[in-house]
Structures are given as C-alpha cells and as structure tokens.
Design a protein around this ligand. Structure first.
Ligand code: BGP
Length: 467
C-alpha cells in the first residue's frame, strides 16, 4: 500500500445535512421521500403536512459539521467524500444566478476540512437534484438538463478551484435502470417504453458528465474527475454454460456505463441491446465527439454485495437496494438481507482495472446494521469491524498481490446517517453513533463506537494493523 493511499469516509448531502430549506435551498427529490422501503416508487412528489421526511433534519450536519469533522480528523481521515446539493446552489436547478448562501456553506465546509488536513472528494450529483427540475422537465428525460448541469458544475468548479481537486460526476449512474426517480429524476408514465426514457435520460447524463470533465480540466487543471457506479460481481448459479452466459450478460449491462464514461463509445453490444429493447437514442451532432474526447480520469464505485445469476426463471430471494438474485449459500447476509462477499470486491477491482486500465477509488463500502447503545453507554460493533476487516483484506490483496491501482477507500457512512434505500436511521453504518430514530426522535448526540478506535489504527498503520 502506497503511503499516499487516501483513507476516509463517504457521505451524501441529502443523507446528512438537514436544513432542507435553510439559506435559500430549494426542495430536492430526497425532501419528498418518506421513511419507507418503497420510497423509490414515490409518485406524489410534494411535501405533505403531518408526514415525517428524514432529509429535512437528517443528522443536522449543516449545523454540526465542525464537531463531526473533528471526529473524522481524530480517526486520521485523509479524505472525505461528500456531495454538493445542487438545490443549495441553484434552488430550482435552472436559475440564472447561484445562491450565494449555498455557495458560502460549502466554502466554510471545505475550509474546515482543509484546515484539518482532510481532502474533499466531491460528488456533483448524489441522488439530490432540485425537485423543480422533476416537475417541470421530468428530470434528465429533457435534454435541457445538460445545460443546467453544466452551469451548476462550472459555478462550483470556479468557486472551489483552490479547495477541491477530486470530483465525481453522478453517484451510481447505473442505478438509473433500477431506480429512475432518484438517479435520474424520472417519473415514467404507464404504458410507455420505460427503456426508451431511461436510456435517453442517461445519454443526457453521459454528455453532461463529459462536459463536466471538460470544464473541470479547463478550470482546475490539477484536478481529477471520476465516474461512479454501483459495483457488482456476478456469479453463475451453476457451471452450466447458460448460467455463465447469463452472469456475463448481467455484468455487461452494468459495464455499459463505465464503458461510455471511460472509453467514450457505445459498444456494438449496447447498440444490439437498444435494438432488443426498442430504444432509439436521439443524439445531437456533437454528442459522440464530446463522449469520445472527455473520458473520466478514474473509476470509482460502491461495493456492498454480489449477485448470483441463473438462466432459469426464479424468484428473487436476496438483494441489496437495487439488485435481487438467488441466495448464495456460501455467504452470510446482513440484517437487511445484503449478502456479504469480501472476495467479490477483489474480483470486481481486478475486472474494472483490467477493462479500463484507469485508477480505481472505492468510494463506498460498509455494513448497515442495528446498533444498540449498551448499559455502559457504548456501542460494541464488532460485527462492523469484522465486515470491514474482511473487505480491507481483499482490497489489499487486489492492490499488493494483483497489482490493481487504487487511490483510496472511503467507508460508507462513517457517521450514522439516513438510509438512501429506506430512509431509516436504524440502519446504521457509522463509526460514530447518532442518537436519532426512524421517526426523527432523539437528541442527535454523537457517540464513538468501538469501530472508531479500530479504524483510527487502520489508518495510522496504513492498513497494516487490521486486528
Ligand atoms: C448506495 C448509495 C448511498 C448509500 C448506500 C447504502 O447505493 O450511493 O447513498 O445510502 O447505498 O444504502 P442504504 O442507505 O440504502 O443502506
């Protein structure tokens, strides 16, 4: 492991900040999502009276970030991934001028990180586009979003050019095919070809992402900008060739996203896929050259789980947020049924590095679990330590044994936060416990869990001490 390896944690604005209408912020999609396992399916996109919305206060990071950053610094974080809420900068998404108070908040946040020696890694869009863009344009279905996004990213690149040198475009861009509302701001009417809407929308995101790469390199020549995908390792259910083919095909459909963002082309396989799905992309003359000319500098991904594929019809048994499959009998599951597969991380890192030859960054990985504060007022989360140790062991093998270039590791949710999938607080990832429950009750007090000291030692030893 190189000495400059970037250890840290990953957050997203809508899952931590709260202050949902403060200092000129507009409503974002997340602000109308309730605490429910079906929140991705929400169609009534407005704030309803008497309903609890987790993002409105979240963990109040907006007001408590100094205290939280100090704890991250105590663990020795070298990097912190978080996102800018587009709706703080352009409250309606297409405003002519940015909101100065929103810009000021991130100035203060980044200044404090840098003062503590923590480098910001910033996602431009993490499931939090301005809601107004959904109502008026149906999100990324409308090509005009490219221009609005470009205005937003040029604003933040210019403003933070001396503070932020690591950027990501769209969080888990491949999730658009599974959760089109939160990733793409899409409401898909009944009876239309949903593939057409989704792939057209993501084409707009691809172009916007390439234009963001172009703008980033122009405005901040020493910055690096990456793509971000939900990482997936797929195994065939049996050694029957048909199962092997199915596993390959499932992965291929996910690789479509980094293929375009890293290589800049729609492959022949994608053209065939579109034919089968009845998708006819509408492109403008320059789109292909924009994609080709401005690929990302690195590949980043989240990794929580693997999947088992079969060519036979089957009922989904287990899953993560966005992928269901057959139970793998060799793996254990989390309390939310996500199968835990550290070796799958090593496989994924090798596959991505082989395929693109670009540096990797693991920007999410962690265990969502029910943590209890014991009578001793402490949280003994040995299960989280086990999970992380096993994944870091495999990450190190990928780097040191297999030769994969990986710049860093940001553990998901170093402080408990609102779950993206369900809106729960009960599903905790953190090294730091936050006193708040699913109904929004609690003092918001922070408590260090046992894993806090463990991760401090991991970072201090540059990953040597995983005990
Ligand atoms: C990823 C998202 C994150 C995060 C994580 C854990 O898909 O990028 O925002 O939330 O999953 O998922 P959950 O919060 O549903 O447990």
């Amino acid at each position: 492991m190189k000495q400059q390896f970037l250890w840290g944690g990953a957050l997203a604005a809508n899952q931590i900040e709260g202050a949902y209408l403060e200092d000129g912020k507009g409503l974002a999609i997340s602000d109308v999502l309730e605490c429910s396992p079906h929140r991705f399916m929400t169609t009534d996109l407005k704030v309803k009276e008497g309903v609890y919305y987790p993002s409105h206060t979240a963990i109040d990071f907006y007001h408590r970030y100094k205290e939280d950053l100090a704890l991250f610094a105590e663990m020795g974080f070298k990097v912190l991934r978080t996102s800018i809420a587009w709706s703080r900068i352009y409250p309606n998404g297409d405003d002519d001028v940015p909101n100065e108070m929103g810009l000021g908040f991130y100035d203060a946040l980044f200044d404090e990180m840098l003062r503590l020696g923590i480098q910001p890694l910033i996602t431009l869009s993490h499931y939090e586009m301005p809601l107004s863009l959904v109502h008026r344009y149906n999100g990324w279905a409308d090509r005009r979003l490219i221009g609005f996004f470009e205005r937003y990213v040029r604003t933040v690149f210019t403003r933070y050019q001396h503070k932020v040198k690591l950027w990501l475009t769209f969080n888990e861009i491949n999730v658009i095919t599974k959760a089109p509302l939160i990733e793409g701001g899409l409401v898909i009417p009944e009876g239309v070809n949903r593939h057409q809407i989704i792939y057209q929308a993501v084409h707009h995101q691809f172009v916007a992402s390439s234009l963001a790469v172009k703008a980033c390199h122009e405005i901040i020549p020493d910055a690096k900008i990456g793509m971000m995908m939900l990482g997936l390792t797929v195994y065939p259910h049996t050694c029957k060739p048909e199962d092997g083919l199915k596993a390959f095909q499932i992965e291929q459909e996910e690789y479509l996203f980094p293929d375009i963002q890293a290589r800049g082309v729609y492959s022949p396989a994608v053209h065939q896929l579109f034919k089968r799905l009845g998708v006819k992309l509408v492109m403008e003359a320059d789109d292909e050259s924009i994609l080709k000319n401005y690929p990302v500098d690195f590949i980043s991904f989240s990794y929580y789980s693997s999947k088992v594929a079969t060519a036979e019809d089957h009922d989904s048994e287990v899953g993560g947020n966005f992928m269901k499959g057959i139970r793998n009998p060799y793996l254990k599951s989390s309390e939310w049924g996500w199968q835990i597969d550290p070796v799958g991380l090593r496989i994924l890192m090798n596959k991505l590095y082989d395929r693109y030859g670009k540096p990797l960054f693991i920007v999410e990985n962690g265990l969502g679990a029910v943590d209890e504060v014991g009578p001793d007022k402490k949280v003994h989360d040995y299960y989280r330590i086990d999970y992380l140790r096993d994944h870091l062991t495999q990450m190190k093998l990928a780097i040191d044994h297999d030769g994969v270039e990986c710049w860093g590791y940001t553990m998901w949710g170093p402080i408990d936060l609102v779950s993206a999938g369900t809106g729960e607080m009960k599903k905790r990832y953190g090294f730091i416990y936050v006193d708040r429950d699913n109904a929004g009750q609690g003092t918001l007090k922070r408590i260090k869990k046992d894993s806090f000291e463990w991760y401090r030692k991991v970072i201090a030893s540059n990953g040597e001490d995983l005990k």
